[in-house]
Design a protein. Structure first.
Length: 131
């Protein structure tokens, strides 16, 4: 399984410590500036409702989703492919585009990601937080 979720952060630490990329909901209000959204000061890491990618699976994730989950905004406000070592922010509009692309013949991992992205509708986009 590519995506992991944990009942507690203790479970996450037991499974693999900190060698994860975190897909995390942006819980800031709509209308928040990009500078605030991308500020380390407003982010909480290791959320229980996040999805996690184990470090050993990053190449597989890139092969499967690199053309779909791309164009996020970095800390410096530039955009591009996923930065595995930084902050990548995807707006709600980008999340909707990703959902639509994943809905064609979804695999088991796609269904996990799709379900997680459905919950994003309650928030202000999502982050992919690098290792």
């Amino acid at each position: 399984m590519l995506f992991h979720s944990f009942a507690s952060q203790e479970d996450r630490r037991t499974f693999g410590g900190g060698d994860f990329v975190e897909l995390q909901y942006c819980k800031l209000k709509h209308g928040t500036t990009l500078n605030e959204i991308l500020s380390n000061e407003t982010m909480e890491h290791w959320e229980d409702d996040s999805l996690y990618l184990y470090g050993d699976d990053l190449n597989l994730f890139a092969d499967l989703y690199g053309d779909i989950i791309t164009g996020g905004t970095y800390y410096n406000l530039a955009t591009g492919p996923l930065d595995w070592y930084g902050i990548n922010y995807f707006s709600s509009e980008q999340a909707e585009t990703i959902r639509q692309q994943l809905q064609t013949e979804p695999s088991t991992d796609d269904k996990i990601l799709l379900h997680w992205l459905e919950q994003e509708k309650r928030y202000n986009g999502f982050y992919v937080l690098g290792v």
